[in-house]
Write a protein of this length. Structure first.
Length: 146
């Protein structure tokens, strides 16, 4: 299965997100068609202008995930995301790998037999108040699946 997330916010701040993913439904005695594992790539562009400060960043990395259909089209979701981003260290910035672990659930609105739109609410278990990429531990995503 192919899918992913896209995002666009223009203005101040400007955010662009491209995050394609490939999912696999394992077969066998331990699995059924409700369970999916997958991998994905992520690219984010951010541009923010504050009084006297301009911040611009290209952020990239990947993710692994597992999804389980709990009831009809409602699913549980777990993801490990690892992104390379410029992080403020002292008075400057340096690129570092930033890890996030998202846990949550969502709903798959089926548009075809195998595809549709996914809406999910996720909590970042690795979030702290000084997390360099996310201002809140909560994330709402809208994605697609083909």
């Amino acid at each position: 299965t192919f899918g992913g997330n896209i995002g666009l916010q223009i203005g101040n701040p400007t955010n662009i997100l491209l995050s394609p993913a490939i999912g696999y439904i394992p077969k066998g005695k331990l699995f059924n068609d409700k369970f999916m594992i997958g991998v994905g790539a992520t690219y984010m562009y951010q541009k923010i202008k504050y009084t006297g400060v301009n911040y611009e960043a290209n952020i990239y990395g990947g993710r692994t995930f597992a999804r389980y259909i709990i009831y009809q089209n409602f699913f549980a979701y777990l993801e490990h995301e690892f992104l390379n981003a410029p992080v403020f260290v002292g008075s400057g910035r340096e690129r570092q790998w930033v890890n996030s672990v998202f846990l949550g659930g969502g709903y798959l609105l089926k548009l075809t037999e195998k595809g549709g739109v996914m809406i999910s609410v996720l909590y970042n278990l690795a979030w702290t108040p000084i997390h360099p990429l996310y201002s809140s531990p909560w994330t709402v995503r809208v994605g697609f699946m083909l």
